[in-house]
Write a protein that binds this ligand. Sequence first.
Ligand code: ZN
Length: 126
Amino acid sequence: MKAFQYQDSQMGLELREIPVPEPGNQQVQLEVKAAGMCHSDCHIVSGTSDAWLTKKPITLGHEVAGIITKLGPEVTGFKLGDRVAVSQVCHPVEERDWSLGIGLGFDGGYGRPLSLLMHWPPPTML
Ligand SMILES: [Zn+2]
């Protein structure tokens, strides 16, 4: 599959061929329908700072909407064909972990499909 990946600000976003991500036990695979370019992504690509990234190269894109195309065996509460919007929930914000963030710690929405953990409600709100 093709994805726009980031390695460093010298190269910016590069269109690369990467393996199709298969969902793990508690993950789903999404067919990405839309991915926003956040101001944070602009800072990363322009070289202001990429300190939030815990993986490189990485497919950026942390504001994503799509359709579930595969379910991991332990996923509950979702079914194939569900339309979902993905966000990063950091509550309390002091306990955020960027390595768990889509497009920051694992590949995000500037490629399709993508696989990601789905938790609703987020564990901190249970
Ligand atoms: Zn953002």
